[in-house]
Design a protein around this ligand. Structure first.
Ligand code: NIG
Ligand code: FE
Length: 390
């Protein structure tokens, strides 16, 4: 196998305190990394770097682990520019807009869905995302949900069954019948392609009892839960997520003290999605409150055509720092190691021997520039599973 040494990394975020300055980011100055196949083989000072087959001189640029985007909805068709425009003129966001994308997705060919997914994956990769989770949820029939997951599974191991996104118009008069479908025939068809089961637990989508039934049925089929929780209003989602040991409660915009206490006491990560608050003009989740309570926080894009049409983790980092009171160090940790925790993965989100060789170099002297220079395409080089892809 070929080895590659990346040398002269001015400042490297390893997320391994044992390797670096003992901060959570494990910062290492004048660092080098040796990649062997798809793994990191060695990390340390450039002066001590072992010889490798190839060498890339980073020229003092900063290095970070590849971003782990643990929440996206990328199997879709169509566009909701009009809805966005209306919101920017004062209209409120509601879950109802999902129906527009459901209609367009059902009407699209498999090739068109695949091409769309690939387009956004490339876009994300250029911006440093080396792992992404993605969901169904715009099909909402047995065939259309299974098709979405089959397409997603060709591109990632982190596939989530979200048949319970909303009750589709065809079941408007029979929500109980739709829950029976989601927990029965649809689950049977979808489970082989998915690792996770998710539900949009919200007024206008699924209530606590329905969400519990859906997550429990998914668990019985070997899927692990994650939950769209407390996005648009207070509700039972977060506490249900902790109770069922969900890997993540996502959004967490409206939290009571009991919700925060529950998250602090369990192993469920709080995944914050500031792209959604940006593009729905909603209030920001209180990241500071969660961090101060000792909750593990992840940051992700929620990339979807309705509530958050960005594939850019750097943009979300900048929002989290500016508007959610995270420090740049916290935001970068949450978008890398935090995302890995939200996917219950230990092989990604850090640059340490044995980890997957997923990393990015920045056209900047430090990772802090990701927040300090918002909107600037700083990601200059990307390796995913040891392969250079930018
Ligand atoms: O995570 N909240 C539920 N689902 C998506 C939005 C989907 C849409 O508007 O199309 C979200 O924000
Ligand atoms: Fe979402």
């Amino acid at each position: 196998m070929t080895t590659t040494a990346i040398t002269n990394i001015g400042s490297l975020v390893t997320n391994d305190p044992a390797l670096g300055d003992e901060s959570p980011l494990g910062l290492l100055r004048d660092a080098a990394i040796v990649i062997d196949g798809d793994r990191i083989a060695w990390v340390g000072p450039t002066a001590n770097a072992p010889a490798a087959d190839d060498t890339v001189d980073a020229g003092g640029r900063a290095g970070i682990p590849g971003f782990v985007d643990s929440h996206s909805h990328l199997v879709f068709a169509g566009d909701r520019t009009q809805e966005f425009n209306a919101r920017m003129s004062g209209r409120a966001y509601s879950a109802g807009g999902i129906r527009t994308t459901v209609a367009a997705t059902r009407a699209a060919t498999e090739e068109a869905l695949e091409a769309n997914l690939t387009h956004y994956l490339r876009e994300a990769l250029r911006q440093g995302t080396t792992t992404f989770e993605t969901k169904s949820g715009y099909g909402l029939t047995v065939e259309d949900e299974a098709r979405a997951l089959r397409i997603a599974a060709q591109h990632t191991d982190e596939v989530t069954y979200l048949g319970a996104h909303i009750v589709p118009p065809d079941y408007a008069d029979d929500p109980a019948g739709y829950v029976a479908l989601v927990t029965g025939e649809m689950l049977d068809a979808c489970a082989p392609y998915a690792r996770w089961v998710d539900v949009f637990c919200e007024k206008g989508a699924f209530d606590g009892d329905q969400a519990r039934a859906i997550l429990t049925a998914g668990k019985a089929k070997g899927l692990h839960p994650r939950v769209h929780a407390n996005q648009l209003s207070y509700g039972p989602g977060v506490q249900l997520a902790v109770e069922l040991d969900a890997a993540s409660a996502d959004h967490c915009t409206h939290l009571t003290q009991q919700d925060v206490d529950a998250l602090a006491s369990g192993a469920t990560v709080a995944t914050l999605l500031p792209g959604a608050e940006f593009s729905t003009r909603a209030e920001w989740p209180d990241a500071r409150r969660l961090l101060d309570a000792g909750v593990t926080v992840a940051l992700s894009t929620d990339c979807n055509p309705g509530s958050s049409f960005t594939s850019s983790v750097p943009f979300c980092i900048a929002l989290a720092v500016r508007d959610m009171k995270m420090t740049p160090d916290e935001a970068i940790w949450s978008a890398t190691a935090g995302g890995a925790a939200a996917l219950r993965r230990t092989d990604i989100g850090r640059i340490t021997p044995g980890a997957r060789a997923d990393l990015a170099l920045l056209d900047a002297p430090s990772h802090v520039h990701l927040a300090y220079r918002p909107g600037v395409p700083l990601v200059s080089d990307v390796w995913r599973q040891g392969k250079r892809c930018r």
